[in-house]
Design a protein around this ligand. Structure first.
Ligand code: C2E
Ligand code: MG
Ligand code: MG
Length: 557
Protein backbone atom coordinates (compact mmCIF):
# COMPACT_ATOMS: atom_id res chain seq x y z
CA UNK A 1 0.00 0.00 0.00
CA UNK A 2 1.40 3.39 -0.99
CA UNK A 3 2.36 5.76 1.79
CA UNK A 4 -0.31 8.42 2.23
CA UNK A 5 1.31 11.74 3.21
CA UNK A 6 -1.96 13.39 4.13
CA UNK A 7 -2.97 10.54 6.39
CA UNK A 8 0.51 10.69 7.96
CA UNK A 9 0.24 14.45 8.63
CA UNK A 10 -3.18 14.02 10.26
CA UNK A 11 -1.96 11.09 12.41
CA UNK A 12 1.13 13.03 13.52
CA UNK A 13 -1.03 16.00 14.46
CA UNK A 14 -3.42 13.81 16.44
CA UNK A 15 -0.49 12.09 18.17
CA UNK A 16 0.90 15.45 19.34
CA UNK A 17 -2.48 16.69 20.57
CA UNK A 18 -3.09 13.49 22.55
CA UNK A 19 0.41 13.34 24.00
CA UNK A 20 0.01 16.90 25.31
CA UNK A 21 -2.78 15.62 27.56
CA UNK A 22 -0.77 12.75 29.05
CA UNK A 23 1.35 13.72 32.07
CA UNK A 24 4.14 11.24 31.42
CA UNK A 25 5.27 8.73 28.81
CA UNK A 26 5.10 5.68 31.06
CA UNK A 27 1.36 5.85 30.95
CA UNK A 28 -1.27 3.39 29.66
CA UNK A 29 -2.67 6.17 27.41
CA UNK A 30 0.61 6.47 25.48
CA UNK A 31 -0.16 3.31 23.51
CA UNK A 32 -3.51 4.76 22.50
CA UNK A 33 -1.97 8.11 21.50
CA UNK A 34 0.60 6.40 19.28
CA UNK A 35 -1.75 3.92 17.68
CA UNK A 36 -2.88 5.95 14.61
CA UNK A 37 0.60 7.13 13.70
CA UNK A 38 2.17 3.68 14.20
CA UNK A 39 -0.44 2.19 11.91
CA UNK A 40 0.33 4.71 9.15
CA UNK A 41 4.08 4.06 9.59
CA UNK A 42 3.52 0.29 9.82
CA UNK A 43 5.23 0.14 13.23
CA UNK A 44 4.37 -2.78 15.57
CA UNK A 45 6.50 -1.84 18.55
CA UNK A 46 8.32 1.22 19.94
CA UNK A 47 10.73 0.80 22.81
CA UNK A 48 13.47 3.00 24.24
CA UNK A 49 16.63 2.43 26.20
CA UNK A 50 17.65 5.41 28.24
CA UNK A 51 21.28 6.11 29.24
CA UNK A 52 22.47 8.98 31.42
CA UNK A 53 25.56 9.34 29.16
CA UNK A 54 27.88 7.37 26.87
CA UNK A 55 29.82 5.87 29.77
CA UNK A 56 26.59 4.47 31.16
CA UNK A 57 25.79 3.00 27.75
CA UNK A 58 29.15 1.21 27.63
CA UNK A 59 28.43 -0.30 31.04
CA UNK A 60 24.86 -1.12 29.95
CA UNK A 61 23.51 0.95 32.86
CA UNK A 62 20.26 2.01 31.36
CA UNK A 63 16.53 1.72 31.72
CA UNK A 64 14.12 0.30 29.14
CA UNK A 65 10.54 1.32 28.47
CA UNK A 66 8.05 0.01 25.89
CA UNK A 67 5.77 2.79 24.67
CA UNK A 68 3.84 0.90 22.04
CA UNK A 69 3.28 -2.77 21.16
CA UNK A 70 0.45 -4.16 19.07
CA UNK A 71 1.46 -7.76 19.75
CA UNK A 72 2.49 -8.57 16.17
CA UNK A 73 6.04 -7.29 16.04
CA UNK A 74 8.81 -8.99 14.15
CA UNK A 75 11.50 -9.10 16.83
CA UNK A 76 14.20 -10.02 14.29
CA UNK A 77 13.82 -6.94 12.10
CA UNK A 78 14.11 -4.08 14.56
CA UNK A 79 15.88 -0.82 13.70
CA UNK A 80 17.71 1.28 16.22
CA UNK A 81 17.74 5.08 16.11
CA UNK A 82 19.95 7.06 18.47
CA UNK A 83 18.83 10.45 19.69
CA UNK A 84 20.49 12.81 22.18
CA UNK A 85 18.64 15.06 24.58
CA UNK A 86 19.85 18.59 25.27
CA UNK A 87 21.12 17.46 28.68
CA UNK A 88 23.40 14.92 27.01
CA UNK A 89 21.29 11.83 27.71
CA UNK A 90 21.23 9.08 25.10
CA UNK A 91 17.94 7.57 23.94
CA UNK A 92 18.16 4.43 21.83
CA UNK A 93 14.79 3.83 20.21
CA UNK A 94 14.02 0.34 18.94
CA UNK A 95 11.40 0.33 16.16
CA UNK A 96 9.93 -2.97 14.94
CA UNK A 97 7.78 -3.75 11.89
CA UNK A 98 4.84 -6.11 11.84
CA UNK A 99 5.52 -9.75 11.06
CA UNK A 100 5.28 -10.43 7.32
CA UNK A 101 5.18 -6.73 6.27
CA UNK A 102 7.68 -5.33 3.73
CA UNK A 103 10.73 -3.26 4.76
CA UNK A 104 10.24 0.50 5.27
CA UNK A 105 11.19 2.58 2.25
CA UNK A 106 13.38 5.68 2.46
CA UNK A 107 10.45 8.03 2.70
CA UNK A 108 8.94 6.04 5.57
CA UNK A 109 12.27 5.90 7.39
CA UNK A 110 12.51 9.67 7.17
CA UNK A 111 9.03 10.04 8.65
CA UNK A 112 9.86 7.54 11.41
CA UNK A 113 12.80 9.74 12.37
CA UNK A 114 10.55 12.81 12.54
CA UNK A 115 8.18 10.82 14.77
CA UNK A 116 11.07 9.84 17.05
CA UNK A 117 12.28 13.44 17.32
CA UNK A 118 8.82 14.49 18.47
CA UNK A 119 8.78 11.56 20.90
CA UNK A 120 12.13 12.72 22.24
CA UNK A 121 10.72 16.11 23.17
CA UNK A 122 7.99 14.37 25.15
CA UNK A 123 10.63 12.17 26.74
CA UNK A 124 12.65 15.20 27.73
CA UNK A 125 9.56 16.87 29.17
CA UNK A 126 8.79 13.80 31.29
CA UNK A 127 12.32 13.72 32.61
CA UNK A 128 12.11 17.37 33.47
CA UNK A 129 8.86 16.76 35.33
CA UNK A 130 10.42 13.87 37.17
CA UNK A 131 13.31 16.09 38.16
CA UNK A 132 10.95 18.76 39.45
CA UNK A 133 9.04 16.07 41.33
CA UNK A 134 12.26 14.76 42.79
CA UNK A 135 13.23 18.21 43.99
CA UNK A 136 9.77 18.94 45.36
CA UNK A 137 8.85 15.63 46.88
CA UNK A 138 12.13 13.98 47.76
CA UNK A 139 14.46 14.66 50.59
CA UNK A 140 17.92 15.52 49.18
CA UNK A 141 20.05 13.72 51.76
CA UNK A 142 18.30 10.35 52.03
CA UNK A 143 16.53 10.43 48.64
CA UNK A 144 13.25 9.49 50.29
CA UNK A 145 9.84 11.15 50.22
CA UNK A 146 9.42 14.32 52.24
CA UNK A 147 6.58 16.07 54.04
CA UNK A 148 5.23 17.74 50.88
CA UNK A 149 4.69 14.27 49.44
CA UNK A 150 3.06 13.02 52.61
CA UNK A 151 0.62 15.93 52.67
CA UNK A 152 -0.20 15.67 48.95
CA UNK A 153 -0.70 11.91 48.92
CA UNK A 154 -2.57 11.72 52.19
CA UNK A 155 -4.97 14.45 51.10
CA UNK A 156 -5.48 12.50 47.88
CA UNK A 157 -6.32 9.31 49.83
CA UNK A 158 -8.73 11.34 52.00
CA UNK A 159 -10.45 12.72 48.88
CA UNK A 160 -10.90 9.18 47.56
CA UNK A 161 -12.62 8.24 50.84
CA UNK A 162 -10.04 5.54 51.62
CA UNK A 163 -8.28 7.03 54.64
CA UNK A 164 -10.10 4.81 57.17
CA UNK A 165 -8.03 1.85 55.93
CA UNK A 166 -4.91 3.61 57.19
CA UNK A 167 -3.08 4.31 60.41
CA UNK A 168 -0.24 6.82 60.78
CA UNK A 169 2.79 7.02 62.99
CA UNK A 170 5.32 9.75 63.64
CA UNK A 171 8.61 8.48 64.99
CA UNK A 172 11.92 9.79 66.16
CA UNK A 173 15.17 7.88 66.68
CA UNK A 174 16.07 7.55 70.34
CA UNK A 175 19.55 8.60 71.39
CA UNK A 176 20.63 9.14 67.81
CA UNK A 177 23.22 11.71 68.88
CA UNK A 178 24.83 9.02 71.04
CA UNK A 179 24.89 6.62 68.07
CA UNK A 180 26.53 9.38 66.02
CA UNK A 181 29.13 9.82 68.75
CA UNK A 182 29.82 6.10 68.83
CA UNK A 183 30.13 5.30 65.14
CA UNK A 184 30.70 8.72 63.57
CA UNK A 185 28.28 11.02 61.78
CA UNK A 186 28.77 9.61 58.31
CA UNK A 187 28.09 6.05 59.36
CA UNK A 188 25.26 7.37 61.50
CA UNK A 189 23.59 8.85 58.41
CA UNK A 190 24.05 5.60 56.52
CA UNK A 191 22.48 3.67 59.38
CA UNK A 192 19.55 6.08 59.34
CA UNK A 193 19.10 5.59 55.58
CA UNK A 194 19.29 1.82 55.92
CA UNK A 195 16.84 1.73 58.79
CA UNK A 196 14.31 3.61 56.68
CA UNK A 197 14.93 1.64 53.46
CA UNK A 198 14.48 -1.68 55.25
CA UNK A 199 11.28 -0.31 56.70
CA UNK A 200 10.03 0.82 53.27
CA UNK A 201 10.67 -2.64 51.86
CA UNK A 202 8.25 -4.08 54.38
CA UNK A 203 5.50 -1.77 53.15
CA UNK A 204 3.47 -1.83 49.93
CA UNK A 205 3.50 0.89 47.25
CA UNK A 206 0.23 2.25 48.68
CA UNK A 207 1.95 2.96 52.00
CA UNK A 208 4.75 5.47 52.56
CA UNK A 209 7.50 6.61 54.91
CA UNK A 210 8.41 10.29 54.65
CA UNK A 211 11.07 12.38 56.34
CA UNK A 212 9.84 15.35 58.36
CA UNK A 213 13.29 16.62 59.30
CA UNK A 214 16.52 15.27 60.82
CA UNK A 215 15.67 11.98 62.47
CA UNK A 216 11.91 12.63 62.48
CA UNK A 217 9.72 10.58 60.15
CA UNK A 218 6.09 9.89 59.45
CA UNK A 219 4.63 6.69 58.05
CA UNK A 220 1.18 6.07 56.59
CA UNK A 221 0.33 2.37 56.57
CA UNK A 222 -2.57 -0.05 56.45
CA UNK A 223 -4.15 -0.74 59.82
CA UNK A 224 -3.66 -4.45 59.10
CA UNK A 225 0.12 -3.83 59.24
CA UNK A 226 0.08 -2.28 62.71
CA UNK A 227 1.80 -5.19 64.44
CA UNK A 228 4.65 -5.30 61.92
CA UNK A 229 5.18 -1.51 62.09
CA UNK A 230 5.19 -1.49 65.89
CA UNK A 231 7.65 -4.35 66.06
CA UNK A 232 10.05 -2.74 63.58
CA UNK A 233 9.96 0.65 65.28
CA UNK A 234 10.30 -0.86 68.76
CA UNK A 235 13.83 -1.94 67.92
CA UNK A 236 15.76 -3.19 64.91
CA UNK A 237 19.43 -4.04 64.54
CA UNK A 238 21.16 -2.30 61.64
CA UNK A 239 24.52 -3.51 60.34
CA UNK A 240 26.96 -0.61 59.87
CA UNK A 241 30.11 -2.62 59.24
CA UNK A 242 29.47 -5.51 56.83
CA UNK A 243 32.98 -6.96 57.11
CA UNK A 244 32.97 -7.28 60.87
CA UNK A 245 29.21 -7.74 61.14
CA UNK A 246 28.91 -4.83 63.58
CA UNK A 247 25.39 -3.66 64.35
CA UNK A 248 23.69 -0.84 66.17
CA UNK A 249 20.30 -1.24 67.76
CA UNK A 250 17.88 1.43 66.61
CA UNK A 251 14.89 2.24 68.80
CA UNK A 252 12.30 4.96 68.40
CA UNK A 253 9.78 7.06 70.22
CA UNK A 254 6.52 6.93 68.34
CA UNK A 255 3.06 8.43 68.27
CA UNK A 256 0.30 6.41 66.55
CA UNK A 257 -3.08 7.40 65.20
CA UNK A 258 -5.71 4.97 63.92
CA UNK A 259 -7.25 7.35 61.40
CA UNK A 260 -11.06 7.54 61.50
CA UNK A 261 -13.22 7.78 58.36
CA UNK A 262 -14.23 11.37 59.12
CA UNK A 263 -10.64 12.65 59.07
CA UNK A 264 -10.63 15.69 56.79
CA UNK A 265 -7.01 16.70 56.29
CA UNK A 266 -3.41 15.52 56.41
CA UNK A 267 -2.67 18.50 58.67
CA UNK A 268 -5.10 17.20 61.31
CA UNK A 269 -3.36 13.79 61.19
CA UNK A 270 0.00 15.49 61.80
CA UNK A 271 -1.46 17.37 64.76
CA UNK A 272 -2.73 14.16 66.41
CA UNK A 273 0.59 12.42 65.75
CA UNK A 274 2.54 15.34 67.25
CA UNK A 275 0.44 15.22 70.40
CA UNK A 276 0.86 11.44 70.71
CA UNK A 277 4.65 11.40 70.24
CA UNK A 278 5.12 14.27 72.70
CA UNK A 279 3.06 12.40 75.23
CA UNK A 280 5.19 9.27 74.76
CA UNK A 281 8.59 10.95 74.71
CA UNK A 282 8.27 13.87 77.08
CA UNK A 283 5.49 13.04 79.48
CA UNK A 284 5.04 9.31 79.89
CA UNK A 285 8.65 8.47 78.99
CA UNK A 286 7.40 5.46 77.07
CA UNK A 287 8.36 4.13 73.66
CA UNK A 288 5.03 4.97 72.10
CA UNK A 289 1.56 6.39 72.66
CA UNK A 290 -1.69 6.23 70.72
CA UNK A 291 -3.74 9.32 70.09
CA UNK A 292 -7.03 8.30 71.72
CA UNK A 293 -9.62 9.36 74.32
CA UNK A 294 -7.37 8.43 77.24
CA UNK A 295 -4.57 10.57 75.88
CA UNK A 296 -6.92 13.53 75.45
CA UNK A 297 -7.98 13.16 79.10
CA UNK A 298 -4.29 13.12 80.12
CA UNK A 299 -3.75 16.34 78.20
CA UNK A 300 -6.70 18.00 79.92
CA UNK A 301 -5.31 17.02 83.34
CA UNK A 302 -1.86 18.26 82.30
CA UNK A 303 -3.24 21.65 81.29
CA UNK A 304 -5.09 21.88 84.56
CA UNK A 305 -1.93 21.12 86.54
CA UNK A 306 0.09 23.68 84.60
CA UNK A 307 -2.53 26.35 85.07
CA UNK A 308 -2.81 25.68 88.83
CA UNK A 309 0.90 25.50 89.64
CA UNK A 310 1.72 29.15 90.43
CA UNK A 311 -1.22 29.40 92.83
CA UNK A 312 -0.44 26.02 94.36
CA UNK A 313 3.12 27.17 95.05
CA UNK A 314 1.91 30.43 96.56
CA UNK A 315 -0.52 28.52 98.79
CA UNK A 316 2.29 26.16 99.81
CA UNK A 317 0.32 23.10 98.72
CA UNK A 318 3.61 21.30 98.08
CA UNK A 319 5.32 19.68 101.02
CA UNK A 320 8.78 18.30 101.47
CA UNK A 321 8.91 14.66 102.51
CA UNK A 322 12.20 13.27 103.75
CA UNK A 323 13.27 9.70 103.05
CA UNK A 324 16.11 8.61 105.36
CA UNK A 325 19.40 7.20 104.08
CA UNK A 326 20.86 4.53 106.34
CA UNK A 327 24.40 3.40 107.12
CA UNK A 328 24.24 -0.41 107.14
CA UNK A 329 27.21 -0.91 109.48
CA UNK A 330 25.29 0.57 112.41
CA UNK A 331 21.83 1.35 110.95
CA UNK A 332 22.32 5.03 111.73
CA UNK A 333 20.53 7.80 109.91
CA UNK A 334 23.17 9.49 107.76
CA UNK A 335 21.19 11.51 105.24
CA UNK A 336 17.84 12.04 103.56
CA UNK A 337 16.34 12.69 100.17
CA UNK A 338 13.79 15.48 99.84
CA UNK A 339 10.81 14.29 97.81
CA UNK A 340 7.91 16.41 96.77
CA UNK A 341 4.25 15.75 97.68
CA UNK A 342 1.31 17.83 96.48
CA UNK A 343 -1.72 18.13 98.74
CA UNK A 344 -4.81 19.42 97.03
CA UNK A 345 -8.11 19.56 98.88
CA UNK A 346 -6.77 17.07 101.41
CA UNK A 347 -5.74 14.59 98.70
CA UNK A 348 -2.12 13.71 98.09
CA UNK A 349 -0.85 13.66 94.50
CA UNK A 350 2.31 11.59 93.88
CA UNK A 351 5.22 13.20 91.95
CA UNK A 352 4.87 10.65 89.13
CA UNK A 353 1.59 12.30 88.21
CA UNK A 354 2.70 15.92 87.97
CA UNK A 355 6.50 16.05 87.57
CA UNK A 356 6.56 14.79 83.96
CA UNK A 357 3.93 17.40 83.08
CA UNK A 358 5.86 20.21 84.76
CA UNK A 359 9.06 19.08 83.06
CA UNK A 360 7.43 19.64 79.71
CA UNK A 361 6.83 23.31 80.33
CA UNK A 362 9.88 24.14 82.46
CA UNK A 363 7.55 24.88 85.37
CA UNK A 364 9.50 22.15 87.16
CA UNK A 365 12.29 24.70 87.72
CA UNK A 366 9.98 26.77 89.95
CA UNK A 367 9.10 23.68 91.93
CA UNK A 368 12.73 22.59 92.32
CA UNK A 369 13.75 25.99 93.70
CA UNK A 370 10.71 25.92 95.99
CA UNK A 371 11.85 22.51 97.28
CA UNK A 372 15.45 23.67 97.78
CA UNK A 373 14.24 26.76 99.63
CA UNK A 374 11.98 24.73 101.94
CA UNK A 375 14.76 22.25 102.66
CA UNK A 376 17.13 25.12 103.53
CA UNK A 377 14.47 26.65 105.76
CA UNK A 378 14.03 23.34 107.59
CA UNK A 379 17.79 22.82 107.99
CA UNK A 380 18.16 26.36 109.33
CA UNK A 381 15.47 25.69 111.91
CA UNK A 382 17.04 22.37 112.94
CA UNK A 383 20.44 24.00 113.32
CA UNK A 384 18.93 26.83 115.37
CA UNK A 385 17.20 24.27 117.57
CA UNK A 386 20.55 22.59 118.17
CA UNK A 387 19.60 19.39 116.37
CA UNK A 388 22.16 17.21 114.69
CA UNK A 389 21.64 17.69 110.97
CA UNK A 390 22.30 15.25 108.15
CA UNK A 391 22.97 16.00 104.47
CA UNK A 392 19.73 16.35 102.54
CA UNK A 393 19.65 15.69 98.84
CA UNK A 394 17.39 17.69 96.56
CA UNK A 395 16.38 16.56 93.06
CA UNK A 396 17.07 18.94 90.21
CA UNK A 397 15.36 18.21 86.92
CA UNK A 398 17.47 18.03 83.76
CA UNK A 399 15.23 20.78 82.40
CA UNK A 400 17.49 23.24 84.28
CA UNK A 401 20.37 22.41 81.94
CA UNK A 402 20.92 25.43 79.75
CA UNK A 403 20.08 27.89 82.54
CA UNK A 404 23.42 29.65 82.93
CA UNK A 405 22.39 31.24 86.25
CA UNK A 406 21.58 27.90 87.84
CA UNK A 407 24.62 27.68 90.14
CA UNK A 408 24.19 31.33 91.25
CA UNK A 409 20.51 30.72 91.96
CA UNK A 410 21.31 27.65 94.07
CA UNK A 411 23.97 29.60 95.99
CA UNK A 412 21.59 32.53 96.56
CA UNK A 413 18.93 30.27 98.10
CA UNK A 414 21.29 28.24 100.29
CA UNK A 415 23.23 31.30 101.47
CA UNK A 416 20.04 33.21 102.23
CA UNK A 417 19.45 30.69 105.04
CA UNK A 418 23.15 30.47 105.88
CA UNK A 419 23.11 26.72 105.52
CA UNK A 420 26.62 25.22 105.39
CA UNK A 421 27.02 23.80 101.89
CA UNK A 422 28.01 20.35 103.13
CA UNK A 423 24.42 19.77 104.24
CA UNK A 424 23.12 20.01 100.70
CA UNK A 425 23.45 17.36 98.03
CA UNK A 426 22.13 17.89 94.52
CA UNK A 427 20.74 14.84 92.71
CA UNK A 428 20.94 15.00 88.95
CA UNK A 429 20.02 12.54 86.22
CA UNK A 430 21.54 11.98 82.81
CA UNK A 431 20.99 14.56 80.12
CA UNK A 432 19.64 14.06 76.64
CA UNK A 433 21.80 16.21 74.39
CA UNK A 434 25.46 17.17 73.97
CA UNK A 435 24.77 20.78 74.95
CA UNK A 436 22.97 19.73 78.12
CA UNK A 437 25.83 17.37 78.87
CA UNK A 438 28.45 20.10 78.72
CA UNK A 439 26.35 22.27 81.01
CA UNK A 440 25.90 19.36 83.41
CA UNK A 441 29.66 18.97 83.46
CA UNK A 442 30.32 22.58 84.44
CA UNK A 443 27.47 22.53 86.96
CA UNK A 444 28.78 19.45 88.76
CA UNK A 445 32.29 20.94 88.90
CA UNK A 446 30.90 24.28 90.12
CA UNK A 447 28.79 22.66 92.84
CA UNK A 448 31.77 20.67 94.01
CA UNK A 449 34.00 23.77 94.16
CA UNK A 450 31.42 25.39 96.43
CA UNK A 451 31.41 22.42 98.78
CA UNK A 452 28.09 20.88 97.80
CA UNK A 453 27.77 17.15 97.31
CA UNK A 454 26.49 15.86 93.97
CA UNK A 455 24.92 12.54 93.05
CA UNK A 456 23.90 10.75 89.88
CA UNK A 457 20.31 9.70 90.38
CA UNK A 458 18.89 6.50 88.86
CA UNK A 459 22.36 5.43 87.79
CA UNK A 460 22.40 2.71 85.17
CA UNK A 461 19.00 3.39 83.63
CA UNK A 462 20.25 5.79 80.96
CA UNK A 463 22.34 5.44 77.89
CA UNK A 464 25.70 7.05 78.51
CA UNK A 465 26.25 6.22 82.17
CA UNK A 466 29.87 5.21 81.77
CA UNK A 467 30.98 8.49 80.22
CA UNK A 468 28.96 10.31 82.81
CA UNK A 469 30.94 8.89 85.72
CA UNK A 470 34.27 8.96 83.95
CA UNK A 471 34.14 12.61 82.99
CA UNK A 472 32.32 14.30 85.88
CA UNK A 473 33.51 14.69 89.49
CA UNK A 474 30.50 13.14 91.28
CA UNK A 475 30.49 12.42 95.00
CA UNK A 476 27.76 9.79 95.02
CA UNK A 477 26.25 7.21 92.68
CA UNK A 478 22.65 6.31 93.40
CA UNK A 479 22.09 2.91 91.90
CA UNK A 480 18.60 2.59 90.57
CA UNK A 481 16.26 0.09 92.17
CA UNK A 482 15.83 -1.70 88.87
CA UNK A 483 19.35 -3.13 89.35
CA UNK A 484 18.47 -4.57 92.71
CA UNK A 485 17.51 -8.26 92.55
CA UNK A 486 14.34 -8.87 94.56
CA UNK A 487 13.13 -11.91 96.44
CA UNK A 488 11.53 -13.70 93.54
CA UNK A 489 14.41 -12.77 91.33
CA UNK A 490 17.19 -15.31 91.27
CA UNK A 491 18.49 -13.80 88.07
CA UNK A 492 22.20 -14.54 88.28
CA UNK A 493 23.15 -11.89 85.72
CA UNK A 494 21.42 -9.20 87.72
CA UNK A 495 23.38 -10.13 90.82
CA UNK A 496 26.66 -10.16 88.91
CA UNK A 497 25.96 -6.75 87.39
CA UNK A 498 24.94 -5.35 90.73
CA UNK A 499 28.18 -6.45 92.40
CA UNK A 500 30.28 -5.10 89.56
CA UNK A 501 28.50 -1.75 89.53
CA UNK A 502 29.28 -1.29 93.18
CA UNK A 503 32.89 -2.42 92.72
CA UNK A 504 33.24 0.04 89.83
CA UNK A 505 31.98 2.94 91.92
CA UNK A 506 34.29 2.01 94.78
CA UNK A 507 37.33 1.67 92.52
CA UNK A 508 36.58 5.10 91.16
CA UNK A 509 36.30 6.37 94.74
CA UNK A 510 32.72 7.45 94.34
CA UNK A 511 30.38 6.81 97.21
CA UNK A 512 27.60 4.40 96.41
CA UNK A 513 24.02 4.20 97.65
CA UNK A 514 21.26 1.85 96.55
CA UNK A 515 17.68 3.07 96.38
CA UNK A 516 14.52 1.04 96.65
CA UNK A 517 15.76 -1.40 99.29
CA UNK A 518 12.69 -3.32 100.44
CA UNK A 519 13.76 -6.50 102.20
CA UNK A 520 16.36 -8.18 104.33
CA UNK A 521 17.76 -10.32 101.48
CA UNK A 522 18.60 -7.17 99.60
CA UNK A 523 20.41 -5.77 102.63
CA UNK A 524 22.39 -9.00 102.81
CA UNK A 525 23.35 -8.66 99.17
CA UNK A 526 24.37 -5.03 99.69
CA UNK A 527 26.64 -5.97 102.56
CA UNK A 528 28.14 -8.89 100.63
CA UNK A 529 28.85 -6.43 97.82
CA UNK A 530 30.53 -4.00 100.22
CA UNK A 531 27.90 -1.33 99.82
CA UNK A 532 26.86 0.13 103.14
CA UNK A 533 24.48 2.91 102.22
CA UNK A 534 20.80 2.29 101.53
CA UNK A 535 17.50 4.06 101.09
CA UNK A 536 14.17 2.33 100.82
CA UNK A 537 10.85 1.25 102.24
CA UNK A 538 12.54 -1.43 104.37
CA UNK A 539 13.75 1.38 106.62
CA UNK A 540 11.35 4.22 105.96
CA UNK A 541 8.97 5.57 103.39
CA UNK A 542 9.38 9.27 102.62
CA UNK A 543 8.36 10.93 105.92
CA UNK A 544 6.44 14.13 106.63
CA UNK A 545 8.69 16.79 108.16
CA UNK A 546 7.45 16.30 111.75
CA UNK A 547 8.16 12.55 111.59
CA UNK A 548 11.60 13.15 110.14
CA UNK A 549 12.37 15.76 112.79
CA UNK A 550 11.68 13.12 115.39
CA UNK A 551 14.40 10.94 113.88
CA UNK A 552 16.80 13.88 114.02
CA UNK A 553 15.92 14.45 117.65
CA UNK A 554 16.67 10.79 118.35
CA UNK A 555 20.15 10.97 116.85
CA UNK A 556 20.82 14.28 118.56
CA UNK A 557 20.12 12.89 122.03
P1 C2E B 1 13.88 9.51 92.61
O1 C2E B 1 14.61 10.79 92.80
O2 C2E B 1 14.65 8.37 92.05
O3 C2E B 1 13.29 9.15 94.02
C1 C2E B 1 13.18 7.87 94.50
C2 C2E B 1 11.80 7.37 94.37
O4 C2E B 1 11.76 6.01 94.80
C3 C2E B 1 10.80 8.10 95.24
O5 C2E B 1 9.56 8.11 94.57
C4 C2E B 1 10.69 7.19 96.43
O6 C2E B 1 9.49 7.35 97.16
C5 C2E B 1 10.76 5.86 95.77
N1 C2E B 1 11.20 4.82 96.69
C6 C2E B 1 12.00 4.95 97.77
N2 C2E B 1 12.20 3.77 98.36
C7 C2E B 1 11.52 2.85 97.64
C8 C2E B 1 11.35 1.43 97.76
O7 C2E B 1 11.84 0.77 98.64
N3 C2E B 1 10.59 0.81 96.81
C9 C2E B 1 10.00 1.51 95.83
N4 C2E B 1 9.28 0.85 94.95
N5 C2E B 1 10.14 2.86 95.67
C10 C2E B 1 10.90 3.51 96.59
P2 C2E B 1 8.66 9.39 94.52
O8 C2E B 1 8.71 10.15 95.78
O9 C2E B 1 7.34 8.95 93.99
O10 C2E B 1 9.39 10.25 93.42
C11 C2E B 1 9.48 9.80 92.13
C12 C2E B 1 10.41 10.65 91.34
O11 C2E B 1 9.91 11.96 91.19
C13 C2E B 1 11.78 10.82 91.99
O12 C2E B 1 12.59 9.73 91.71
C14 C2E B 1 12.25 12.08 91.34
O13 C2E B 1 12.82 11.79 90.09
C15 C2E B 1 10.99 12.84 91.14
N6 C2E B 1 10.87 13.87 92.18
C16 C2E B 1 10.34 13.81 93.41
N7 C2E B 1 10.44 15.02 94.01
C17 C2E B 1 11.06 15.85 93.12
C18 C2E B 1 11.44 17.24 93.12
O14 C2E B 1 11.26 17.99 94.10
N8 C2E B 1 12.04 17.73 91.99
C19 C2E B 1 12.28 16.93 90.92
N9 C2E B 1 12.89 17.49 89.87
N10 C2E B 1 11.95 15.65 90.88
C20 C2E B 1 11.34 15.11 91.98
MG1 MG C 1 16.28 11.27 93.49
MG1 MG D 1 16.28 7.61 91.88
Amino acid sequence: MAFDVKEYALALDKFIVQMEKIPDLINPDTQQAMDGLCKVLRIAKVEADFYENLGYEEQKWGGRAVFYHNGECDAQRGMVYEEWTEEGNLMKYGIYPTVGEAEWDENEQEKIQVFLKVLLTFNARTRMQQMVQRLTFRDRELGMYNMAWFMKNTNHIISKGEICKYAACQFNMRHFSVINQQIGRERGSRVLGKFIRQFQEKLSSEEMVCRISGDNFVVLFFKTNLKMVMEYLKGTGIVYDEKQGKRVWITTNAGYYMIPANCDSAASIMECLGTAINMARDVRKTEYAFFDAELMQGIRVGKMIEANLPEALAREEFQVYYQPKIQLKNYNLVGAEALCRWFQNGKMIAPGEFIPILEKSKLICLLDFYMLEHVCRDIRRWLDEGKEVVTVSVNLSRVHMGDMDLLDNILAIVDKYEVPHRYIEIELTETGTDVEYSHLKSLVSGLREHGFSTSVDDFGTGYSSMNLIRELPWNVLKIDKSFLPDNSDDDRQKRVMFRHLIALAQDMEIECIVEGVENVEQIKLLKESNCYLAQGFYFDRPLAVTEFEQKLTEISS
